[in-house]
Ligand binder design. Sequence first.
Ligand SMILES: Nc1ncnc2c1ncn2[C@@H]1O[C@H](COP(=O)(O)OP(=O)(O)OP(=O)(O)O)[C@@H](O)[C@H]1O
Ligand SMILES: [Mg+2]
Length: 314
Amino acid sequence: MKILCIGMMVCDTLLSPVPSNILALDSVKIGKPSVCCGGDALNAAIGLAKLGNPVSIVGRIARDANGKFILDECGKYGIDTSGVVYEEECATAASYVLIDEKGERHFLSEKSIFAKLSGSDVGDQVIKEADIVYVGSAMAMRKMDEGGIKEIFHKAHSYGKMTVMDAAANLEDPERDWLSYLAPAFMETDVFFPSMDEAIKITGERDPELIAGCFKKFPMKIFGIKMGARGCFVTDFKEKKFIPCPEGLPVVDTTGAGDSFMAGLISGLAKGMGMFSGAEFASCVAAKNVGSIGGTAGIPNYEEAFDLYQSFYK
Ligand SMILES: Nc1ncnc2c1ncn2[C@@H]1O[C@H](COP(=O)(O)OP(=O)(O)OP(=O)(O)O)[C@@H](O)[C@H]1O
Ligand SMILES: [Mg+2]
């Protein structure tokens, strides 16, 4: 099963240690900068590749050094980038992460390119070649929210593909009735698995079952909520379950936890798992990932994740 990931592709540069009075200083020596991939589509694509799936990606990057870095990294993981779109005006999305002496992170970000991604960026061919089409960032890319996701998923459905979506809300998002606003996209979504904050923002409800009730009117097959260290909730609107995280594993860095969970879920579904097993398998992938520093560094291979799944849930 080949998976097409659509959405954010970001180059993160981590700088450390940065003194807290940096703006009053002329020049400071720091350690070796660490450059890495970020953004939900890119993180999920890397996760899916590490789990052994054939993967393609569509997003916008510029012909700049950060864009080249992203393409090189995709190449290392065997991710098909033939559908990536080159942007002429904006730079490749970038975050510069200043890590102070206490380990606290301070982000300088430039991501105006996100507003440029649109439904027409995703060609028929990449959709036809995939079995599952994943959009990582509802609520974060204007043209995608205003019809792009619907257009892509509608096309995917017309070719008989499965559609999977995550959300990517942040504090600066406009106040709006997201449930109505995204309704056309939800009508074409088979699996929607946002995090708790996003689910609350979309529905205005705080209880997982009440939240799920808001999505019942759509033809969605699986709805779930990622709940951080509390695990996740999943339902097909007939059966439902709270799934705890595997216990006793170290938690070092939760960056990319949600994206690794989605990669695990899609891998499980691609292998024929049902919604409960798929969410349990996803919880194992995420639990392993939060044990290492970096958005995708701890994502295990399929066998390792499956061993944890069998020992914890079966
Ligand atoms: N502290 C933790 N211990 C174990 N597992 C965790 C922890 N935090 C997150 N996870 C796993 O990762 C999944 C996703 O985490 P979370 O709910 O924070 O997603 P998210 O908010 O989308 O994350 P992200 O910031 O990466 O977008 C959880 O459902 C859980 O399975
Ligand atoms: Mg998330």
